[in-house]
Design a protein around this ligand. Structure first.
Ligand SMILES: [Zn+2]
Length: 738
């Protein structure tokens, strides 16, 4: 131990001298250090006994990757002996957050110094990545060059992030790949957050009403003169005591976790008891009593960071009380700069993704940087960036690479970073993919005043902005060129083809929206199918299947379900022989625009020959909140009819078929209607499976009619599911008359 200590002292001195005299080491001259020669090495990795796990991990990474590259396994030891040269890894003070410093020392030793937490790991990774050429781009694509001889240039480099916590949200393959996360200098959410302690913990984790409400209603929020178990009363000292008591039980179960959330439950309610109200008045903010409470908890656990939400009613920082140094504000809106002035830890959640359509072309690559820069300038220093979260989603690998680097350094050159990744990941296809990215980004920029990118919108929403037919053709041409450029290069070709799938997806979805129009699945008569779209679908399905990509949205929407729904939706059955196809529909109450924000609320959707499916429900269904309403179809002329069908969406909760539908027919406008039947739907009509998303009200008749009127009465409230008790909405699609 002594020897190591002395050694460090001397070298720190030499280093200081080097800095003082302006002596420069050149990074560009390789071969200065013989790390491995002919499969053998003089180097040993030195980690002091009792070093924290992250220092051990830095040593292990170095050892593993050097061995993978050269076959030479560098020993890891706690002391340096004999003529060995050391790679000395240790944590030091004075480096910001998880910053690192790597240096070559005068005797050929290498020093990796890291700030507390993961600095040493990032130092070791830097050597492997930048100087030895080990690049990790995705869980499935890692470039690890092999050679019996490894050379290092003289090292002299330091780096650190302005942000102390960087999470780029990933799942499954990405989040399971610890090496990939370390290469990107990011972490998962759990750790560092404690399991079950991410947010909204007041009642679901800390003081569950099941355990306390009966015996201590006063622990809960006083709202309208009643104690309501939805939120806690912040100013009751017993509440603080119980919270601390619960955490004293929980923290030892997850001793390695740094972040523990003590935060309001979801929803708009908060306590209005006299004490809470007094605190709110004094602090001029509902966050006042919350921060006062959280500060007391934080004081009890000084080596943990206690996280709380600025959310809903707590967006305004308190006027008097400032959060303790170990309190994190999980910021969800409001005046960030005002929080930045009083809080040491501000955690920001940035969405740059369409999580309802993982395969939607989504030109948001350049949007994260300005946001993060702005937020950092206002005091944020902890980030949760949600891009595409798993392998194979639209540019997911690029997004992980890019967003990680933005989180580390908000001033990083985004364009150069994208190029760097594209070149490595797509090889000769890179210039074309870059052109595609620039083209689609530019097309979006030029039209964003008309339509902003919004999470959860389908590609068809953008069909008149950045996904017009002409632009789609341009994009596809660029991908044709890209694929041509990597022909015969299996890995690059597979990456390139996968990157193209969002264009297939967009074409298929836009065509569903426009089934019998230009570019739709069928010609105007509904008799000639657009085979090109079937080919796009087959390619999409086969490519994702081959890559093992299962889900195509965040709600675990399975590729196989997408196939099933696509077959259903794109059938022409609702057009052929349907006397109502493209016929005029009127209603005495229109489906309100607010329920169709991103989609059409046009009544013509009911006779467009496309039946609504379960997944793209907002695309096809018309939604009525009304208790009772009438829809009438004008067949154009009096015809002999034998059946009338009306489809309704059937989910649990508030999306259930109407309580009753009665069908009337007439040969005259607005009069002479005769009922041909009434059908009821009851809650006890259980679904037989998940595939029963559609319930059809079916009427048989043998009469002549020009007008078909459907009188619809919905149920009052949902009696099942998560939204039990909520008002019911009626989703209808496709009236078929034969
Ligand atoms: Zn209260």
């Amino acid at each position: 131990m002594k020897k190591v200590l002395r050694y460090w002292k001397i070298n720190t001195f030499i280093l200081a001298l080097a800095v003082a005299t302006g002596l420069h080491f050149k990074n560009s001259a390789p071969g200065q250090l013989e790390l491995v020669t002919n499969g053998k090495s003089q180097y040993v990795i030195v980690v002091a006994a009792g070093s924290p796990p992250q220092v051990q991990r830095a040593a292990t990474l170095l050892q593993q990757y050097v061995e993978k590259m050269s076959g030479c396994r560098l020993p890891v030891t706690s002391t340096l002996t004999g003529e060995n040269k050391g790679i000395l890894i240790k944590e030091v003070d004075g480096l910001k957050y998880d910053g690192f410093r790597i240096n070559t020392l005068s005797n050929g030793a290498i020093s990796i110094e890291g700030g507390k937490s993961r600095g040493c790991i990032y130092g070791a990774v830097r050597i492997l990545d930048k100087y030895l050429g080990c690049h990790l781009y995705s869980p499935r694509y890692k470039v690890i060059p092999t050679s019996k001889d490894l050379r290092l240039p003289l090292l002299r480099e330091a780096d650190s992030s302005v942000n102390s916590l960087r999470i780029v949200f990933t799942l499954n393959e990405f989040s399971d790949d610890a090496d990939l996360l370390d290469w990107n200098r990011i972490t998962n959410r759990f750790p560092p957050f404690a399991d079950n302690y991410y947010c909204h913990t007041f009642t679901h984790r800390l003081l569950p009403p099941d355990s306390f409400y009966k015996t201590h209603p006063e622990y809960y929020a006083l709202i309208g003169g009643q104690r309501v178990p939805d939120q806690l009363c912040m100013s009751n000292p017993d509440v603080v005591r119980e919270v601390i008591k619960q955490m004293k039980k929980d923290i030892p179960l997850q001793p390695d976790r740094l972040y523990w959330s003590v935060s309001q439950a979801d929803g708009p309610l908060y306590c209005r008891c006299p004490d809470c109200q007094k605190a709110i008045d004094e602090e001029k903010s509902v966050a006042g009593p919350i921060i006062r409470c959280v500060n007391q908890v934080a004081k009890e656990f000084p080596d943990k960071i206690i996280s709380t939400l600025a959310y809903y009613y707590s967006l305004v920082p308190p006027a008097i009380t400032t959060p303790r140094d170990n309190v994190q504000i999980m910021w969800c809106g409001g005046d960030l700069a005002a929080w930045g002035k009083i809080a040491k830890h501000i955690y920001v959640w940035d969405y740059v993704v369409d999580y309802f359509h993982y395969q939607c072309p989504y030109p948001s690559l350049f949007m994260a940087q300005p946001e993060v820069k702005d937020q950092v300038s206002k005091g944020a220093n902890e980030f949760f960036i949600q891009g595409n979260i798993d392998y194979g989603m639209e540019f997911a690998e690029l997004r992980l690479y890019l967003y990680s680097r933005i989180a580390w350094n908000p001033n990083v050159d985004v364009s150069a970073t994208i190029d760097e990744f594209l070149k490595a990941y797509y090889g000769p296809a890179a210039p074309y993919i870059r052109k595609y990215i620039d083209r689609i980004t530019d097309a979006y920029e030029r039209t964003k005043d008309k339509k902003q990118l919004i999470i959860n919108t389908p590609p068809s929403y953008y069909q008149d902005t950045y996904l017009t037919p002409a632009l789609m053709e341009e994009y596809n041409t660029l991908f044709d060129q890209a694929e041509q450029a990597v022909k015969g290069q299996a890995v690059f070709a597979a990456h390139t083809h996968l990157a193209r799938m969002p264009l297939n997806f967009a074409a298929m979805e836009i065509a569903k929206h426009n089934m019998y129009g230009p570019g739709g699945w069928w010609d105007a008569s509904g008799t000639v199918r657009n085979k090109k779209l079937d080919d796009l679908f087959d390619d999409f399905y086969a490519t994702l299947k081959k890559e093992g990509i299962r889900d195509i949205n965040e709600n675990a929407y399975h590729l196989d379900d997408y196939k099933k729904h696509t077959v259903f939706t794109t059938s022409n059955e609702a057009a052929i022989g349907n006397l109502a196809f493209h016929k005029k529909v009127t209603a005495d109450s229109l489906p309100p625009e607010r329920l169709h924000r991103y989609y059409s609320n046009d009544l013509s959707m009911l006779t467009d020959g496309a039946r609504g499916d379960d997944a793209t429900r907002n695309l096809f269904w018309l939604i009525w909140p009304d208790k009772e309403f009438n829809i009438t179809v004008d067949l154009g002329e009096t015809k002999k009819i034998s059946s009338v069908d009306l489809g309704a969406l059937w989910r649990s909760g508030p999306t259930i078929p109407p309580a009753s539908v009665e069908c009337f027919v007439s040969t005259k406008e607005n009069k002479g209607f005769v009922s041909i039947g009434k059908q009821e739907w009851r809650y006890d009509q259980q679904k037989t499976g998940d595939s029963d998303w559609r319930y059809v009200y079916s009427f048989r008749t043998d009469t002549k009619a020009r007008y078909v009127k459907l009188h619809i009465i919905r149920h009052d409230r949902a009696i099942s599911g998560r939204k039990k008790g909520m008002p019911v909405q009626t989703f209808l699609d496709e009236i078929e008359v034969r």
